[in-house]
Ligand binder design. Structure first.
Ligand code: C2E
Ligand code: CA
Ligand code: CA
Ligand code: CA
Length: 276
């Protein structure tokens, strides 16, 4: 029998090693992944609730490792934010999505593409200028691009407010992402220039379940309406949720009920068949 003290010591050493390994190897893995093209993009359709028509796409990143495993964006995006690599990822995403979607966007000037933008991107004073160059190079109108920004970013406004202003001056649209999950100050909502409010899945889930939390979504909707923001409900999985949101005046939605995120070839096939 191993003494308990030794066993605990070994466990602790293992834990410390694991934590250190995660911290040191993740940035290196991300660097390698960028170099060796392990990242790819999928696109989730955004539908107009009144008609079911596809009005746009949200671009979402995927990481398939050479060993066959997948790393979730909920793991590698926060890791890249911590290690200061997120701006490199956003730059990669912007280039890739415009390459993949420009034909679709040019074919329908009303169709939009949303990308996720982080706090670091907004703190980079050249972000809007590099996006502008990229849009011109790909021949895509800025008005077709939506930048999705999470609430957390607004904890340090000031700088970010100026960058949002610059993006909107280009003609880009801004969506507040994961609304209601983060920083609950409503002051920034009135202060910042926003176009869309994305209702987080947390508030869509309880619709129709009879849970008290089901009422919260009605308040979010009323607030978005009073601010004149277009609403996009996230994570819509049932007809009951879609019916409720439609009846409440929510204009657009995303969710497995309509379509899962898919590679660009699949988007093209659906659209060629007249999914929109
Ligand atoms: P998000 O921006 O809130 O994206 C929505 C997430 O909900 C996506 O997860 C999507 O696949 C998932 N989803 C959509 N419809 C449904 C549904 O009906 N049911 C359920 N259960 N899930 C649904 P995903 O792709 O795993 O991305 C997770 C998060 O990672 C994103 O949350 C976003 O914050 C971040 N992320 C993903 N791609 C990028 C990227 O290119 N750049 C940045 N900065 N962040 C990204
Ligand atoms: Ca998003
Ligand atoms: Ca979201
Ligand atoms: Ca989310």
């Amino acid at each position: 029998m191993m003494p308990v003290g030794l066993l605990l010591g070994l466990l602790l050493a293992g834990l410390v090693f694991w934590v250190m390994w995660r911290q040191t190897s993740m940035p290196a893995m991300i660097r390698t992944a960028l170099r060796q093209d392990e990242f790819s993009m999928v696109y989730q359709p955004v539908v107009e609730l009144a008609t079911g028509r596809w009005v746009g796409l949200e671009a979402l990143m995927r990481w398939h490792r050479p060993d066959g495993t997948m790393v979730s964006p909920d793991v590698f995006i926060p890791a890249a934010e911590r290690s200061g690599q997120i701006s490199a990822l956003t730059a990669w995403v912007a280039e890739r999505v415009l390459t993949e979607t420009r034909a679709l966007l040019q074919a329908d000037p009303q169709f939009h593409l949303a990308i996720n933008v982080t706090g670091d991107d907004l703190l980079d004073g050249r972000f809007h200028a590099s996006l502008s160059t990229l849009l011109q190079r790909h021949g895509v109108a800025a008005s077709q691009l939506i930048g999705e920004i999470t609430e957390r970013v607004f904890m340090h406004t000031g700088q970010t407010g100026a960058q949002i202003h610059a993006l909107r001056a280009l003609g880009m649209r801004i969506a507040i992402d994961d609304f209601g999950t983060g920083y609950s100050s409503l002051a920034y909502l009135t202060r910042l220039e926003l176009d869309y409010l994305k209702i987080d899945k947390t508030f869509v889930d309880p619709i129709g379940t009879g849970a008290v939390t089901a009422n919260v979504v009605s308040h979010i909707i009323a607030m978005a309406q009073s601010l004149g923001l277009t609403m996009i409900a996230e994570g819509v999985e049932t007809e009951a949720q879609a019916d409720f949101l439609r009846a409440q005046g929510v204009q657009q939605a995303q969710g497995w009920l309509f379509a899962r995120p898919m590679p660009i070839e699949e988007v093209r096939q659906h659209m060629a068949k007249g999914a929109t």
